[in-house]
Each structure stands twice: as structure tokens, then as C-alpha cells.
Design a protein around this ligand. Structure first.
Ligand code: 7RM
Length: 649
């Protein structure tokens, strides 16, 4: 591998630029007439049942309305119109089962998708689900998850996906907050070669929940399941339903989905996205950033459907564009560490979109593994979820992209709905490790502590978005105040505060530096310190808990918890191994395995300011094995010595 890529290598090749969807003139067009630009994109890229009268209504800021008066159906745009255009035989989804072909790998064409989505929509309607009703979806990475989402969109029932790795407690909180009427789940899921149960978590979550009338169960693993009166098998209902269904147009601002994400408090926020703007920006970015050419590309986004990346870049963006894509059920190491590259070779994947944590894991396994496969089909690589370190960026390009594929580092959030900051692969001279600049139609600034935009290279500030954008969140479900407070108060009302620190370099590229609030990013998954702390203190042996994100070579950040045990819970000479394991398992049960602390340190005290705020900065120093920084604002300045003595430092 060449460690240093020469600047010339980082400019787009003329051959690539000649066919690229994203062109330099888009920046100028959007700058010249922001609303006109988005209106044109909306009319060109989407099929409207009724044209809109107004592009943007920002009069009630920060509550935006895009494409006012317009009507469209998302499922029609993602499925039916491609069949009507004569592309019914095009493969929409190459489903690759974790266990391979014997475990149900199959291809679904757009015509198949149209029939299956229609059947699911008919079934939901027969269960009394109507426009506006919420449907919770708790499914593994199987085609039914996509079918279920599109069926909801088709009838205007906002879906709320809950990642299959979340516990029943986390699922319950989300079902209750959205007051879901139906839950769609599976008997079980395959994970690392094992069939694990899924439905028991739903049964447990529904204990005492009034709103849910039915549970629709996909048979995936064939395991035994307990059955309740409200339960229905997918294969006995959806698969026997009529396979035609007329999509009803929805208002552009009709709610499309709620997706819960971690914030700075223990309670996850239901991020609300609506119909027209969201669909437009996910399709637009998938076209200009991933450079998707639906007739020739085979696209693969490795995200789970339970995260926003799965929503925007497996379901809505690519399907609106008529893409052919790979959907993979399993993990990259099942049954061997070359599984992903085997899949790239099998389907001749041309565009790969994944996360830095996965790239770093593959780096650790060694380049000899991808080198065993033919990856020559790849022509675009994407990264999302956390900052990508330049070393991982170069490895990705060298060993997966044959040293030539452009790598697009895409910054965005659950809240932004779609990509906001990224190079365009046919336009931008790349800078390894930087997300570079806002895409055409999006505007960002970096603010200093006073809220003044700064353009000084290397001066670290707060990333803000300066104009509304079509796929922006519309509110926090059921909590308009929290929406305004969280995103539009710190630098508001003018600026949307993203929660990330950032800086410019000498060349004017934006470098995202990670969260500045109490949100951690572990393997690209957002977790809040407060959420894990509340889970820990629920345990009857824990008196107090503080959680920090410590830098981790593979996962970006790792969860490190400091706990004070209740009197009598710890004994002199006890090495706490048993309680630490118990607490790790407890967090996994309360939230999910992704939230399990890597390290739990039992301490006698926590460092607090006089107002009682935990000084996480000091704990982070400890967790990362650094010398502890300035502790003078502590209420009791000897606390850090006591803690360090106890930890044997
Ligand atoms: C898509 C997604 C959002 C947070 C965001 C950042 C971090 C995401 C990048 C990134 C640096 C990137 N949604 N983040 N992408 N940081 N470079 N390209 O991840 O809601 O789950 O997380 O993720 O901190 O605020 S998310």
C-alpha cells in the first residue's frame, strides 16, 4: 500500500466526471435561487399526484413546511412508477441471507415488490390501520422489513422502526411513546450463525400496553413461539391478501416515519420525518453523492434498516431512484471474515456505503482477506456514521477501491434525514478524513463560543446549518418544545445546532470533530450518557453512575461507566468482577447489547462541580489513561485523588 496519496490521485478522473450525476453547476444553481433549485429538483425527481403551490413555508420557524399543497405517495414513487415505466423486471433487492442460498437468499424485482407491498398494505388496512396510525416495526434485515415500511408509507401510517438489537424495555418505551396500533416482528433472527428469538421481546414489551391491537409475525427462523390472541402470521395474512392496491396521495407534509434517537437526556427523542421533502433529499443525495445510475449500478449500503441510514439509503433514496441493491441479513464475519467481499464479488457491487468502524475492523483483520476476492466492480465508496480517520480512509480506497474509487465521507444525522456535507465524487478533489463541504442546496457554518461564524483554519467551533432543508426533521414526536429547545435555542432562532464540533482546514474543507454534547458514538451508533446512567441506577446495587465515551481504536468511542455501589454492596478486598459483569448484562437488558459498557469502574466518589454537575472531562481523562486535567472547579478537589487511589493509578 502507498501511504501517501498524491494530490493528483485525489481529483476526480475525467472519465468518472463525464458520467457523474453530481456536477459543479449545481452549487451555483442552488446559490443563485435556493427555493427554485429545490422546487426544480422536486419536480424532476419525484412523481406528484398534485403539484405544490409553495416550495417552502418558513413563516412558523423552526417548524418548516416544504412543497406546500403538493400530494404524492411514497410507495408509488419507490415502486409502482418503476413498473409503469417498464422496469418491473429489474431486480430491486438481491437479498443475501446470512447463511447463504439455503437460508432464503432471493431476488425481488420491482414487480415483485409492487405485489408484496400491495399485499401488506391490504393486510394493514384490513387490521384497521388508517392514515396517521403508527406501526412499530421490530424486524431483522429481511425483505419483509422493507415491504412493511413501504406498505405503511403506501397507506400513510407512519412507521417506527426499532433496531432488532434493542431490548424489550427499549422497545416498550418506543411503542408507548408513539402509541403504536400494530407491531410487525419476526419469530426470530439469524445472528452469527445462530437462530435467536425475537418475538418474546415483543410479548414482554407489550405487557400493559393498551394501544397495540395486533402483532404481525414474519416466520424467519421457524423456532417455537408463544402465541397470543392478537398475533397473526405474516404468511397467513399478507401472503394470502390481494396483490393489487391503489396508493392514495398524501400531503407533502404527511408524517412518513418516527425514528427514535439518543439525545442528552435519558429519554430517546422520536424524530419525525414527513413525505415530500424527505423523499426528495434522500433520492437526490443517493443520486449525486453515491452517483447511483439505476440501469447499471449494483448498490450496497451495509447499514441496518433500524437506523436512519437504512431508512434513507436502503429504502427510500435508492428505491425512489429505481436502484438494484444488495440487502444482507448478517454480520461481516459470518461464517468467515471475507463474507462482505464474497458478496461484493457475487453481485458485482459497484457502490458500497458503510461505516468507519466496519472499515477499521476489516483493517484489523488484514488486507489479505479482501485481496482474495474480485472487487474490481467497485467504483464508488461511501462512509457514514462517525469521523473517518485518514488512515482508514486510505486503506478503504486502496484495498476496497483499488486505489482509484472516490471515497465520499458523508456527514448527516437522524435529524437531517439525508446527507448534508459530503464531497461529490465527480467534482470534488478529495481530502482523506474530511467531509469537505455542504452539498448543493445545503448551507452550514462553524460558530465560535459567541455564536459568530468563524472561517479561521484550525479554530474549533460548533457546526450549524443556516437554512432549512427539505429532509429536515419537523419536530420531536409529541414534544414541540423539546424540538425547539434541543436544536434551535443554543444558537437560535437562526441556526440549527447539530451537536457536533467542527473546524475548517486551510483549503476550506470542513472537518467534523465529533459530538460536543453528552451523546456518544459507538460504532456509529448514537448512545446518550444519560440513558446508560439511568439504566445503571435502576440496578438496586448502584447508588450513582457516570458514563463517558472514551476513544477506542475500533469502535471510535467506547462506553466507560463509573459507579458508586450502595453501602454493603462492595466488600473490602472484593475485586468487583461479579458485580461488574452483572451490571454490564443489566445495561444490555435495559437498552440492548450495543449499550453494554466496555469498562465499568467501581469508585468511592464521583467528581462534581459545586452545582452538582458531574465533570465528565475528568472521568474521560481517567478512562483514556491520561493525566487528569484541571480539577480546580470541583466541589471537593481531593475526589480525583481518592478515585485514582481506588483504581490503583
Ligand atoms: C447518519 C447518522 C449522527 C451523528 C452526527 C455525528 C456523527 C455521522 C459523520 C459523523 C463525522 C461523518 N445519523 N456522524 N456521520 N461524524 N463524519 N461523516 O449517523 O443520528 O445516528 O448520528 O453521527 O456526530 O451528529 S445518527
Amino acid at each position: 500500500m502507498t501511504d501517501q496519496t498524491t494530490p493528483d490521485d485525489l481529483a476526480p478522473s475525467p472519465a468518472f466526471s463525464a458520467h457523474a450525476n453530481g456536477t459543479a453547476d449545481l452549487y451555483a444553481q442552488a446559490d443563485a435561487d435556493f427555493e427554485g433549485f429545490w422546487a426544480r429538483q422536486a419536480r424532476e425527481r419525484l412523481t406528484w399526484a398534485k403539484d405544490f403551490d409553495q416550495t417552502l413555508d418558513w413563516s412558523n420557524a423552526p417548524f418548516a413546511k416544504w412543497f406546500v399543497g403538493g400530494q404524492l405517495n411514497v410507495a408509488y414513487n419507490c415502486v409502482d412508477r418503476h413498473v409503469e415505466a417498464g422496469n418491473g423486471d429489474r431486480v430491486a433487492i438481491h437479498f443475501e441471507a446470512e447463511g447463504g442460498d439455503d437460508f432464503g437468499s432471493r431476488a425481488l424485482t420491482y414487480a415483485d415488490l409492487q405485489r408484496e407491498v400491495s399485499q401488506a398494505a391490504n393486510t394493514l388496512e384490513s387490521l384497521g390501520v388508517t392514515a396517521g396510525d403508527r406501526v412499530a416495526i421490530y424486524l431483522p434485515m429481511i425483505p419483509e422489513a422493507i415491504v412493511a415500511m413501504l406498505a405503511c408509507a403506501r397507506i400513510g401510517a407512519p412507521h417506527s422502526l426499532v433496531f432488532g438489537g434493542f431490548s424489550s424495555e427499549a422497545l416498550k418505551a418506543r411503542i408507548e411513546d408513539a402509541a403504536a396500533k400494530v407491531v410487525i416482528t419476526a419469530d426470530g433472527q439469524y445472528r452469527r450463525g445462530k437462530a435467536l428469538p425475537l418475538k418474546p421481546a415483543v410479548d414482554q414489551a407489550l405487557n400493559g400496553v393498551e394501544s397495540v391491537e395486533h402483532v404481525l409475525v414474519v416466520r424467519r427462523t421457524g423456532g417455537e413461539v408463544a402465541w397470543n390472541e392478537r398475533d397473526l402470521w405474516w404468511h397467513e395474512t399478507v401472503e394470502t391478501a390481494a396483490d393489487t392496491h391503489t396508493p392514495q396521495p398524501m400531503d407533502a407534509e404527511h408524517p412518513l416515519f418516527i425514528l427514535y434517537t439518543s439525545g442528552t437526556t435519558g429519554r430517546p427523542k422520536g424524530i419525525l420525518h414527513t413525505t415530500g421533502g424527505y423523499l426528495l433529499q434522500s433520492a437526490y443525495t443517493n443520486s449525486i453523492v453515491h452517483d447511483l445510475h439505476p440501469e447499471t449500478d449494483v448498490y450496497w449500503c451495509t447499514a441496518d434498516i433500524g437506523w436512519v441510514t437504512g431508512h434513507s439509503y436502503i429504502v427510500y433514496g435508492p428505491l425512489a431512484n429505481g436502484a438494484t441493491q444488495v440487502v444482507y441479513e448478517g454480520t461481516p464475519d459470518t461464517p468467515h471474515n471475507g463474507r462482505w467481499w464474497e458478496i461484493v464479488e457475487k453481485y458485482k457491487v459497484t457502490i458500497l456505503y458503510t461505516a468507519p468502524t466496519a472499515i477499521r475492523t476489516c483493517m484489523k483483520w488484514g488486507h489479505e482477506i479482501p485481496e482474495k476476492y474480485d472487487l474490481s466492480s467497485i467504483r464508488v465508496l461511501g462512509s457514514v456514521g462517525e469521523p473517518i480517520n485518514p488512515e482508514a480512509w486510505r486503506w478503504y480506497r486502496e484495498y476496497i477501491g483499488a486505489g482509484t474509487a472516490p471515497v465520499v465521507d458523508t456527514w448527516w444525522q437522524t435529524e437531517t434525514g439525508a446527507i448534508m456535507i459530503s464531497p461529490l465524487p465527480g467534482v470534488t478533489t478529495l481530502e482523506p478524513g474530511s467531509a469537505q463541504r455542504p452539498i448543493p442546496g445545503v448551507s452550514a457554518e462553524i460558530l465560535d463560543d459567541e455564536g459568530t461564524p468563524t472561517h479561521d483554519p484550525e479554530s474549533v467551533g460548533y457546526l450549524v446549518l443556516t437554512k432549512p432543508w427539505p429532509s429536515m426533521l419537523r419536530t420531536v414526536w409529541g414534544d414541540d418544545d423539546r424540538y425547539r429547545e434541543t436544536y434551535w435555542s443554543r444558537f437560535g432562532p437562526k441556526y440549527y445546532f447539530a451537536g457536533d464540533g467542527a473546524k475548517y482546514d486551510e483549503k476550506g474543507n470542513i472537518w467534523i470533530l465529533g459530538r460536543v454534547d453528552d451523546v456518544m458514538n459507538v460504532s456509529g451508533h448514537r448512545l446518550s450518557t444519560a440513558e446508560i446512567e439511568s439504566a445503571l441506577v435502576l440496578h438496586d446495587r448502584v447508588a450513582e453512575a457516570a458514563v463517558v465515551g472514551a476513544t477506542d481504536e475500533t469502535t471510535g468511542q467506547a462506553v466507560v461507566a463509573f459507579v458508586i455501589l450502595r453501602q454493603g454492596a462492595s466488600h473490602e478486598g472484593d475485586d468487583n468482577t461479579a458485580i461488574v459483569e452483572e451490571l454490564r448484562a443489566h445495561v444490555a437488558k435495559e437498552i440492548g447489547p450495543i449499550a453494554k459498557p466496555r469498562t465499568i469502574m467501581v469508585v468511592p466518589e464521583l467528581p462534581k462541580t459545586r452545582s452538582g454537575k458531574i465533570m465528565r472531562r475528568l472521568l474521560r481523562d481517567l478512562a483514556e489513561g491520561r493525566e487528569v486535567g484541571d480539577a480546580t472547579t470541583l466541589a471537593d478537589s481531593s475526589v480525583m485523588n481518592v478515585i485514582q487511589a481506588g483504581l490503583g493509578n
